[in-house]
Design a protein around this ligand. Structure first.
Ligand code: SAH
Length: 362
Protein backbone atom coordinates (compact mmCIF):
# COMPACT_ATOMS: atom_id res chain seq x y z
CA UNK A 1 0.00 0.00 0.00
CA UNK A 2 1.38 3.37 -0.99
CA UNK A 3 -0.91 6.35 -0.65
CA UNK A 4 -0.14 9.87 -1.71
CA UNK A 5 0.46 11.29 1.77
CA UNK A 6 -0.72 14.91 1.40
CA UNK A 7 -4.03 13.65 0.07
CA UNK A 8 -4.40 11.15 2.88
CA UNK A 9 -3.92 14.02 5.34
CA UNK A 10 -6.79 15.90 3.69
CA UNK A 11 -9.01 12.81 3.74
CA UNK A 12 -8.21 12.17 7.40
CA UNK A 13 -9.05 15.78 8.31
CA UNK A 14 -12.33 15.57 6.40
CA UNK A 15 -13.36 12.35 8.19
CA UNK A 16 -12.34 13.71 11.60
CA UNK A 17 -14.29 16.94 11.03
CA UNK A 18 -17.43 15.65 9.30
CA UNK A 19 -17.53 11.86 9.71
CA UNK A 20 -17.20 9.08 7.10
CA UNK A 21 -17.12 10.21 3.45
CA UNK A 22 -19.33 8.86 0.66
CA UNK A 23 -17.81 7.33 -2.48
CA UNK A 24 -18.73 10.55 -4.30
CA UNK A 25 -16.93 12.74 -1.74
CA UNK A 26 -13.98 10.37 -1.91
CA UNK A 27 -13.79 10.59 -5.72
CA UNK A 28 -14.17 14.38 -5.65
CA UNK A 29 -11.38 14.70 -3.17
CA UNK A 30 -8.98 12.12 -4.57
CA UNK A 31 -9.35 13.26 -8.18
CA UNK A 32 -10.14 16.92 -7.86
CA UNK A 33 -8.65 18.35 -4.65
CA UNK A 34 -7.27 21.69 -5.76
CA UNK A 35 -3.71 21.08 -4.56
CA UNK A 36 -3.29 17.35 -4.16
CA UNK A 37 -5.95 15.77 -6.44
CA UNK A 38 -4.87 13.01 -8.83
CA UNK A 39 -5.58 15.04 -11.99
CA UNK A 40 -4.14 18.23 -10.53
CA UNK A 41 -0.61 17.00 -10.06
CA UNK A 42 0.31 14.93 -13.06
CA UNK A 43 -0.14 13.71 -16.57
CA UNK A 44 -1.52 10.20 -15.98
CA UNK A 45 -1.63 9.07 -19.63
CA UNK A 46 0.41 6.74 -21.78
CA UNK A 47 2.88 3.97 -21.20
CA UNK A 48 4.61 5.67 -18.26
CA UNK A 49 1.30 6.67 -16.67
CA UNK A 50 -1.68 4.80 -15.27
CA UNK A 51 -3.94 4.41 -18.30
CA UNK A 52 -4.20 4.97 -22.04
CA UNK A 53 -7.21 6.37 -23.88
CA UNK A 54 -8.53 5.98 -27.43
CA UNK A 55 -7.02 9.21 -28.85
CA UNK A 56 -3.64 8.19 -27.42
CA UNK A 57 -3.92 4.71 -28.99
CA UNK A 58 -4.61 5.73 -32.59
CA UNK A 59 -4.95 8.95 -34.59
CA UNK A 60 -7.84 7.23 -36.43
CA UNK A 61 -10.07 7.80 -33.40
CA UNK A 62 -9.71 11.60 -33.52
CA UNK A 63 -9.91 11.69 -37.30
CA UNK A 64 -13.22 9.82 -37.34
CA UNK A 65 -14.61 11.96 -34.52
CA UNK A 66 -13.56 15.04 -36.53
CA UNK A 67 -15.37 13.67 -39.59
CA UNK A 68 -18.46 13.06 -37.46
CA UNK A 69 -18.39 16.61 -36.06
CA UNK A 70 -17.99 18.18 -39.51
CA UNK A 71 -20.76 16.01 -41.00
CA UNK A 72 -23.07 16.82 -38.08
CA UNK A 73 -22.28 20.53 -38.38
CA UNK A 74 -23.40 20.43 -42.05
CA UNK A 75 -26.54 18.48 -41.13
CA UNK A 76 -27.39 21.11 -38.53
CA UNK A 77 -27.25 23.87 -41.13
CA UNK A 78 -23.54 24.81 -40.91
CA UNK A 79 -23.94 27.65 -38.37
CA UNK A 80 -21.42 30.47 -39.02
CA UNK A 81 -20.22 30.42 -35.40
CA UNK A 82 -20.15 27.35 -33.18
CA UNK A 83 -18.44 26.48 -29.89
CA UNK A 84 -16.38 23.30 -30.32
CA UNK A 85 -16.29 22.11 -26.72
CA UNK A 86 -14.19 19.24 -25.46
CA UNK A 87 -14.87 18.11 -21.90
CA UNK A 88 -11.86 16.66 -20.05
CA UNK A 89 -9.32 16.91 -22.90
CA UNK A 90 -6.41 15.13 -21.14
CA UNK A 91 -3.26 15.82 -23.12
CA UNK A 92 -5.18 17.61 -25.90
CA UNK A 93 -4.52 14.82 -28.41
CA UNK A 94 -8.14 14.44 -29.56
CA UNK A 95 -8.55 18.20 -30.05
CA UNK A 96 -5.34 18.33 -32.10
CA UNK A 97 -6.52 15.47 -34.33
CA UNK A 98 -9.87 17.24 -34.80
CA UNK A 99 -8.19 20.56 -35.69
CA UNK A 100 -5.80 18.82 -38.09
CA UNK A 101 -8.73 17.31 -40.03
CA UNK A 102 -10.72 20.55 -39.77
CA UNK A 103 -7.98 22.44 -41.60
CA UNK A 104 -9.15 20.65 -44.74
CA UNK A 105 -12.64 22.15 -44.36
CA UNK A 106 -12.19 25.96 -44.43
CA UNK A 107 -15.83 26.84 -43.65
CA UNK A 108 -15.79 24.61 -40.59
CA UNK A 109 -12.45 25.77 -39.20
CA UNK A 110 -13.56 29.39 -39.69
CA UNK A 111 -16.76 28.72 -37.75
CA UNK A 112 -15.40 26.99 -34.65
CA UNK A 113 -14.43 28.43 -31.31
CA UNK A 114 -12.33 25.67 -29.69
CA UNK A 115 -13.17 25.52 -25.99
CA UNK A 116 -11.77 23.15 -23.38
CA UNK A 117 -13.44 22.27 -20.10
CA UNK A 118 -10.65 21.25 -17.74
CA UNK A 119 -10.16 21.34 -13.97
CA UNK A 120 -6.49 20.47 -13.85
CA UNK A 121 -3.96 23.32 -14.22
CA UNK A 122 -1.26 20.75 -15.05
CA UNK A 123 -3.25 19.26 -17.91
CA UNK A 124 -4.39 22.69 -19.06
CA UNK A 125 -0.74 23.70 -19.47
CA UNK A 126 -0.12 20.49 -21.37
CA UNK A 127 -3.12 21.17 -23.65
CA UNK A 128 -1.94 24.73 -24.35
CA UNK A 129 1.41 23.37 -25.41
CA UNK A 130 -0.07 20.61 -27.62
CA UNK A 131 -2.55 22.94 -29.30
CA UNK A 132 -0.27 25.90 -29.98
CA UNK A 133 0.96 24.81 -33.47
CA UNK A 134 -2.65 24.40 -34.65
CA UNK A 135 -4.29 27.53 -33.36
CA UNK A 136 -3.08 29.89 -36.08
CA UNK A 137 -5.78 28.42 -38.34
CA UNK A 138 -8.76 29.01 -36.07
CA UNK A 139 -10.04 31.22 -33.26
CA UNK A 140 -7.77 31.10 -30.19
CA UNK A 141 -8.80 28.25 -27.86
CA UNK A 142 -10.49 29.14 -24.60
CA UNK A 143 -10.48 27.22 -21.34
CA UNK A 144 -13.46 27.04 -19.01
CA UNK A 145 -13.94 25.48 -15.58
CA UNK A 146 -17.67 24.79 -15.79
CA UNK A 147 -20.54 24.49 -18.28
CA UNK A 148 -22.06 27.68 -16.84
CA UNK A 149 -19.23 29.68 -18.42
CA UNK A 150 -20.35 28.76 -21.96
CA UNK A 151 -21.92 31.56 -24.01
CA UNK A 152 -25.68 31.06 -24.16
CA UNK A 153 -26.17 32.47 -27.66
CA UNK A 154 -24.00 30.09 -29.71
CA UNK A 155 -24.61 26.54 -30.94
CA UNK A 156 -22.40 23.86 -29.38
CA UNK A 157 -20.57 20.88 -30.83
CA UNK A 158 -19.47 18.84 -27.84
CA UNK A 159 -17.16 15.89 -27.54
CA UNK A 160 -16.23 14.06 -24.34
CA UNK A 161 -14.07 10.93 -24.29
CA UNK A 162 -13.56 9.23 -20.93
CA UNK A 163 -14.78 12.33 -19.12
CA UNK A 164 -18.09 11.19 -17.62
CA UNK A 165 -16.40 8.20 -15.93
CA UNK A 166 -14.42 10.61 -13.74
CA UNK A 167 -17.55 12.25 -12.32
CA UNK A 168 -18.43 10.93 -8.85
CA UNK A 169 -20.85 8.11 -8.07
CA UNK A 170 -22.63 7.08 -4.87
CA UNK A 171 -23.00 3.51 -3.66
CA UNK A 172 -26.39 2.83 -2.13
CA UNK A 173 -27.26 -0.51 -0.55
CA UNK A 174 -30.79 -1.82 -0.17
CA UNK A 175 -31.33 -3.32 3.31
CA UNK A 176 -34.95 -4.41 3.62
CA UNK A 177 -37.05 -1.26 3.43
CA UNK A 178 -34.12 0.95 4.21
CA UNK A 179 -31.47 2.52 1.98
CA UNK A 180 -27.92 2.80 3.31
CA UNK A 181 -24.95 4.53 1.72
CA UNK A 182 -21.45 3.02 1.56
CA UNK A 183 -18.91 5.29 3.16
CA UNK A 184 -15.24 5.32 4.06
CA UNK A 185 -13.88 5.83 7.56
CA UNK A 186 -10.56 5.35 9.25
CA UNK A 187 -9.86 2.47 11.57
CA UNK A 188 -6.43 2.16 13.22
CA UNK A 189 -4.81 4.19 10.42
CA UNK A 190 -6.42 2.11 7.70
CA UNK A 191 -9.29 3.25 5.51
CA UNK A 192 -12.25 0.88 5.63
CA UNK A 193 -15.82 0.67 4.34
CA UNK A 194 -18.97 1.10 6.38
CA UNK A 195 -22.66 1.63 5.73
CA UNK A 196 -24.21 4.87 6.92
CA UNK A 197 -27.38 6.90 6.49
CA UNK A 198 -28.45 7.71 2.93
CA UNK A 199 -29.83 11.08 1.93
CA UNK A 200 -29.21 10.83 -1.81
CA UNK A 201 -32.38 10.51 -3.89
CA UNK A 202 -32.45 7.17 -5.76
CA UNK A 203 -34.74 6.80 -8.74
CA UNK A 204 -37.26 4.00 -9.01
CA UNK A 205 -35.61 2.25 -11.98
CA UNK A 206 -32.37 1.91 -10.03
CA UNK A 207 -34.21 0.75 -6.91
CA UNK A 208 -36.17 -1.87 -8.83
CA UNK A 209 -33.00 -3.30 -10.35
CA UNK A 210 -31.45 -4.22 -6.98
CA UNK A 211 -32.04 -7.12 -4.65
CA UNK A 212 -31.64 -6.91 -0.91
CA UNK A 213 -27.99 -6.27 -0.01
CA UNK A 214 -26.93 -5.29 -3.52
CA UNK A 215 -25.14 -2.06 -4.31
CA UNK A 216 -26.87 0.49 -6.51
CA UNK A 217 -24.45 2.86 -8.20
CA UNK A 218 -25.87 6.27 -9.07
CA UNK A 219 -24.41 9.57 -10.14
CA UNK A 220 -26.60 12.62 -9.54
CA UNK A 221 -23.50 14.72 -10.38
CA UNK A 222 -23.27 13.19 -13.84
CA UNK A 223 -26.98 13.69 -14.44
CA UNK A 224 -26.71 17.30 -13.28
CA UNK A 225 -23.80 17.85 -15.65
CA UNK A 226 -25.73 16.40 -18.61
CA UNK A 227 -28.76 18.42 -17.64
CA UNK A 228 -26.75 21.65 -17.61
CA UNK A 229 -25.12 20.76 -20.94
CA UNK A 230 -28.41 19.82 -22.60
CA UNK A 231 -30.02 23.06 -21.51
CA UNK A 232 -27.21 24.97 -23.31
CA UNK A 233 -27.78 23.03 -26.57
CA UNK A 234 -29.97 24.77 -29.14
CA UNK A 235 -31.42 23.34 -32.37
CA UNK A 236 -28.02 23.57 -34.09
CA UNK A 237 -26.07 21.83 -31.32
CA UNK A 238 -24.92 18.24 -30.89
CA UNK A 239 -22.91 16.24 -28.35
CA UNK A 240 -20.88 13.05 -28.70
CA UNK A 241 -20.18 11.23 -25.42
CA UNK A 242 -17.83 8.26 -25.45
CA UNK A 243 -17.00 6.10 -22.47
CA UNK A 244 -17.11 2.65 -20.96
CA UNK A 245 -20.52 1.92 -19.65
CA UNK A 246 -23.95 0.41 -20.21
CA UNK A 247 -27.44 1.45 -21.19
CA UNK A 248 -29.57 -0.74 -18.97
CA UNK A 249 -29.04 -0.20 -15.30
CA UNK A 250 -27.88 -3.30 -13.51
CA UNK A 251 -27.27 -3.66 -9.80
CA UNK A 252 -23.67 -3.78 -8.69
CA UNK A 253 -20.80 -1.39 -8.58
CA UNK A 254 -18.22 -0.53 -11.22
CA UNK A 255 -15.92 1.79 -9.28
CA UNK A 256 -12.36 0.96 -10.23
CA UNK A 257 -8.83 2.09 -9.46
CA UNK A 258 -6.03 1.88 -12.03
CA UNK A 259 -2.36 2.18 -11.18
CA UNK A 260 0.27 1.75 -13.92
CA UNK A 261 -2.26 -0.02 -16.17
CA UNK A 262 -3.30 -2.53 -13.48
CA UNK A 263 -6.46 -2.65 -11.40
CA UNK A 264 -5.92 -2.23 -7.68
CA UNK A 265 -8.07 -1.91 -4.58
CA UNK A 266 -9.83 1.45 -4.38
CA UNK A 267 -8.54 2.03 -0.84
CA UNK A 268 -4.98 0.82 -1.44
CA UNK A 269 -3.26 3.59 -3.40
CA UNK A 270 -5.24 6.67 -2.47
CA UNK A 271 -4.24 9.60 -4.68
CA UNK A 272 -1.76 7.50 -6.65
CA UNK A 273 -4.30 5.50 -8.69
CA UNK A 274 -6.94 6.86 -11.05
CA UNK A 275 -10.57 6.32 -10.01
CA UNK A 276 -13.43 5.87 -12.45
CA UNK A 277 -16.87 4.29 -12.64
CA UNK A 278 -18.64 2.93 -15.70
CA UNK A 279 -21.16 5.33 -17.20
CA UNK A 280 -24.86 4.58 -16.87
CA UNK A 281 -25.86 5.83 -20.34
CA UNK A 282 -29.52 5.13 -19.59
CA UNK A 283 -29.35 7.74 -16.83
CA UNK A 284 -27.35 10.08 -19.10
CA UNK A 285 -30.02 9.87 -21.81
CA UNK A 286 -32.85 10.38 -19.34
CA UNK A 287 -31.11 13.46 -17.94
CA UNK A 288 -30.55 14.87 -21.45
CA UNK A 289 -34.11 14.20 -22.51
CA UNK A 290 -35.44 16.50 -19.86
CA UNK A 291 -34.58 19.18 -22.42
CA UNK A 292 -37.43 19.55 -24.93
CA UNK A 293 -37.15 17.43 -28.08
CA UNK A 294 -33.69 16.10 -27.18
CA UNK A 295 -32.95 12.90 -29.09
CA UNK A 296 -30.37 10.37 -27.91
CA UNK A 297 -28.55 7.91 -30.16
CA UNK A 298 -26.52 4.99 -28.83
CA UNK A 299 -24.03 2.55 -30.32
CA UNK A 300 -20.97 0.52 -29.37
CA UNK A 301 -17.62 2.18 -30.11
CA UNK A 302 -16.54 -0.62 -32.48
CA UNK A 303 -19.68 -0.40 -34.60
CA UNK A 304 -19.62 3.41 -34.57
CA UNK A 305 -16.00 3.68 -35.76
CA UNK A 306 -16.45 0.96 -38.40
CA UNK A 307 -19.55 2.69 -39.77
CA UNK A 308 -17.62 5.95 -40.03
CA UNK A 309 -15.15 4.22 -42.36
CA UNK A 310 -12.46 3.35 -39.84
CA UNK A 311 -11.29 0.25 -41.71
CA UNK A 312 -10.87 2.27 -44.89
CA UNK A 313 -8.87 4.94 -43.04
CA UNK A 314 -6.67 2.25 -41.44
CA UNK A 315 -5.97 0.82 -44.91
CA UNK A 316 -4.98 4.26 -46.22
CA UNK A 317 -2.58 4.75 -43.33
CA UNK A 318 -1.12 1.26 -43.75
CA UNK A 319 -0.51 1.93 -47.45
CA UNK A 320 1.26 5.19 -46.62
CA UNK A 321 3.32 3.71 -43.74
CA UNK A 322 7.07 3.61 -44.22
CA UNK A 323 8.08 0.68 -42.05
CA UNK A 324 6.58 -2.75 -41.24
CA UNK A 325 6.46 -1.67 -37.58
CA UNK A 326 4.35 1.38 -38.48
CA UNK A 327 1.95 -0.81 -40.45
CA UNK A 328 1.69 -3.19 -37.50
CA UNK A 329 1.05 -0.34 -35.03
CA UNK A 330 -1.76 1.08 -37.18
CA UNK A 331 -3.49 -2.30 -37.41
CA UNK A 332 -3.01 -3.10 -33.72
CA UNK A 333 -4.27 0.33 -32.69
CA UNK A 334 -7.45 0.14 -34.75
CA UNK A 335 -8.06 -3.42 -33.57
CA UNK A 336 -7.74 -2.25 -29.98
CA UNK A 337 -10.33 0.49 -30.50
CA UNK A 338 -12.89 -1.66 -32.27
CA UNK A 339 -12.54 -5.35 -31.47
CA UNK A 340 -15.08 -7.01 -29.16
CA UNK A 341 -12.32 -8.47 -27.02
CA UNK A 342 -10.81 -5.01 -26.49
CA UNK A 343 -12.59 -1.62 -26.42
CA UNK A 344 -15.12 -2.33 -29.20
CA UNK A 345 -18.16 -3.27 -27.12
CA UNK A 346 -17.11 -2.20 -23.64
CA UNK A 347 -17.00 1.41 -24.86
CA UNK A 348 -20.21 3.07 -25.98
CA UNK A 349 -21.02 6.18 -27.97
CA UNK A 350 -24.01 8.37 -27.21
CA UNK A 351 -25.02 11.33 -29.36
CA UNK A 352 -27.44 14.04 -28.28
CA UNK A 353 -29.20 16.41 -30.62
CA UNK A 354 -32.48 18.34 -30.63
CA UNK A 355 -34.92 16.81 -33.08
CA UNK A 356 -34.40 13.83 -35.33
CA UNK A 357 -31.18 14.13 -37.30
CA UNK A 358 -29.74 11.28 -39.40
CA UNK A 359 -26.41 11.26 -37.59
CA UNK A 360 -23.55 9.25 -39.09
CA UNK A 361 -22.52 6.09 -37.25
CA UNK A 362 -25.84 5.27 -35.55
N1 SAH B 1 -10.41 12.86 -22.94
C1 SAH B 1 -9.05 12.56 -22.64
C2 SAH B 1 -8.76 12.44 -21.13
C3 SAH B 1 -9.63 11.57 -20.29
S1 SAH B 1 -9.14 11.62 -18.57
C4 SAH B 1 -8.60 11.34 -23.40
O1 SAH B 1 -9.46 10.68 -23.97
O2 SAH B 1 -7.41 11.06 -23.43
C5 SAH B 1 -10.25 12.74 -17.83
C6 SAH B 1 -10.04 14.20 -18.13
O3 SAH B 1 -11.11 14.93 -17.52
C7 SAH B 1 -8.77 14.84 -17.61
O4 SAH B 1 -8.36 15.83 -18.51
C8 SAH B 1 -9.23 15.44 -16.28
O5 SAH B 1 -8.37 16.42 -15.77
C9 SAH B 1 -10.58 15.96 -16.68
N2 SAH B 1 -11.56 16.13 -15.59
C10 SAH B 1 -11.87 15.23 -14.64
N3 SAH B 1 -12.87 15.69 -13.85
C11 SAH B 1 -13.21 16.91 -14.34
C12 SAH B 1 -14.19 17.89 -13.99
N4 SAH B 1 -15.00 17.71 -12.95
N5 SAH B 1 -14.26 19.02 -14.73
C13 SAH B 1 -13.44 19.21 -15.78
N6 SAH B 1 -12.49 18.32 -16.17
C14 SAH B 1 -12.37 17.19 -15.46
Amino acid sequence: MAHYDPLVQVLRQEITAHGPVSVAQFMNLVLGHEDHGYYMRQDPFGQGGDFTTAPEISQIFGELVAGWLIDTWYKLGAPAKVVLLECGPGRGTLMVDILRVAQGVPDFIAAIQPTLLEISPTLKARQQQTLSPYTQYCAAPQWIGSIEELPSDMPLLVVANEFLDALPVHHIVKRGDELRERKIREDAERFVWEEGGCDVPVDQAALDSAKDGEVIEISPQRSAFINALASKMDGQSAALLIDYGYRDHAAGETLQALLRHKFCDVLDHIGEADLTAHVDFGAVMRAAQQAPDMHAYFETQGEFLNRLGGVHRAEMLVNAARTPQQKKDIITGYHRLTHDSQMGTLFKVCALVRGEVPLAGF
